[in-house]
Design a protein around this ligand. Structure first.
Ligand code: THG
Length: 273
C-alpha cells in the first residue's frame, strides 16, 4: 500500500508559518522525517491557496524536491493556478489532489491531469455536497469515471476517495466508507485504485484515541482493497498496520477500536480506558 505523508500542510503549527514566510528549514525537515518513517509519496497541502497560490506552490515543491528528489509529490490545493504551477516543476509523476464530481472542478483539473500526465484523486462528492452513504459515493464515482473518459485521461491514473467523515460526527459513516472502497474496486476491470485521507476519521477526538482509531480503520480498509492512504508515516501503530504486523493487528487496542468503527460499540472519548 502506498503511504502518502500528510504532514507538509498549511494547518500545521510549524509548517503553516514556514509556508507563509517562505522559510524552507521546517519544510525540509518534515519532508525528510516522513520519508525516514516510510512515506512513499508526500502530500503538499496548501489549502485554498487564495493568496499568491502559484508562487507558494512553486516554493514548497522546490523545497521538498531538493531534499527528497526520489519521492513523488501529491499536490493538494483547490486553486487550479497553484496546481498547474506545481505540476510544471515536478520531476516525477505527480498526483493531483483533487477533483470531485463537481463540473467546475472536473473542467479545471482533468485537463491538467492530461497535459502533465499526472495521476488524480477523485473525491466521491457532487454539487449536492458530501455523500450520505455508499450508494451516493458510488454515483459520484461513476460521474468522475465518465469525465475521465470525456477528457481523455486513462482510468488507471484515477484514485477514488470515499471521503472519510469524523467518527465523532457520524459514527455510521466509517462503515459506509469501508463498503464504498469495496464497491469502487468492483466498478471496473482492471479495478480502479482507491485512497483515503485517514486522519479525517479522528477530527474532534481526544489525542489518545486518534492513532488507534486511524490504525483500526486502516486494518479494515486494506482487506476491502485500499491502495493508498494520506496519513502520518511517523505514527508507529498505523505503520505497523501498513506492514500487517500480526501482534498489532490482534491487539486489544485495535479490537476495541474496530468495535467502535463497526458501530458495535458506541464511540466515546474513554472507550479505550
Ligand atoms: N482526502 C484527500 N485529501 C485530503 C483529505 C482527504 N487532504 C487533506 C486531508 N483530507 C488529509 N490531510 C491532512 C493533513 C493534516 C492533518 C490532517 C489531515 C492534520 N494536521 C495538523 C498537523 O499536521 O499538525 C494538525 C492541524 C490541527 O491542529 O488540526 O491533522 O480526506 N484526497
Amino acid at each position: 500500500m502506498l503511504v502518502i505523508g500528510e504532514k507538509v500542510n498549511i494547518m500545521s503549527k510549524t509548517i503553516g508559518p514556514a509556508m507563509k514566510e517562505r522559510d524552507p528549514g521546517p519544510i525540509r525537515e518534515m519532508a525528510l522525517r516522513q520519508v525516514a518513517g516510510g512515506a512513499n509519496v508526500l502530500d503538499l497541502n496548501l489549502g485554498p491557496a487564495t493568496k499568491n497560490g502559484p508562487e507558494m506552490m512553486e516554493f514548497v515543491v522546490r523545497t521538498v524536491q531538493e531534499v527528497v528528489p526520489d519521492i513523488r509529490l501529491c499536490l493538494d490545493t483547490m486553486n487550479p493556478e497553484a496546481m498547474e504551477a506545481g505540476l510544471k516543476l515536478c520531476t516525477l509523476q505527480p498526483i493531483i489532489n483533487s477533483t470531485s464530481a463537481e463540473r467546475a472542478r472536473l473542467e479545471a483539473f482533468l485537463p491538467l491531469a492530461k497535459t502533465y500526465e499526472a495521476e488524480i484523486i477523485g473525491l466521491a462528492m457532487t454539487e449536492a455536497g458530501v455523500s450520505r452513504d455508499a450508494n451516493e459515493r458510488l454515483m459520484a464515482a461513476t460521474e468522475i469515471m465518465a469525465a475521465m473518459m470525456e477528457f481523455d485521461v486513462p482510468l488507471d491514473r484515477l484514485y477514488l476517495d470515499p471521503l472519510l467523515l469524523p467518527i465523532a460526527v457520524a459514527q455510521q459513516q466509517a462503515l459506509e466508507a469501508i463498503e464504498s472502497v469495496a464497491m469502487f474496486k468492483q466498478l471496473n476491470e482492471p479495478p480502479l485504485k482507491t485512497v483515503v485521507g485517514l486522519s479525517n476519521i479522528y477530527n474532534g477526538c481526544q489525542e489518545h484515541v486518534k492513532s488507534p482509531l486511524a490504525a483500526a480503520l486502516l486494518a479494515l480498509l486494506i482487506p476491502s482493497g485500499l491502495d493508498a492512504a494520506i496519513m502520518d508515516p511517523n505514527d508507529e501503530l498505523q505503520m505497523a498496520v501498513v506492514r500487517q504486523d500480526e501482534t498489532v493487528l490482534s491487539s486489544e487496542t485495535i479490537r476495541k477500536s474496530v468495535g467502535v468503527l463497526k458501530n458495535e460499540t458506541l464511540y466515546c472519548n474513554s472507550y479505550l480506558d
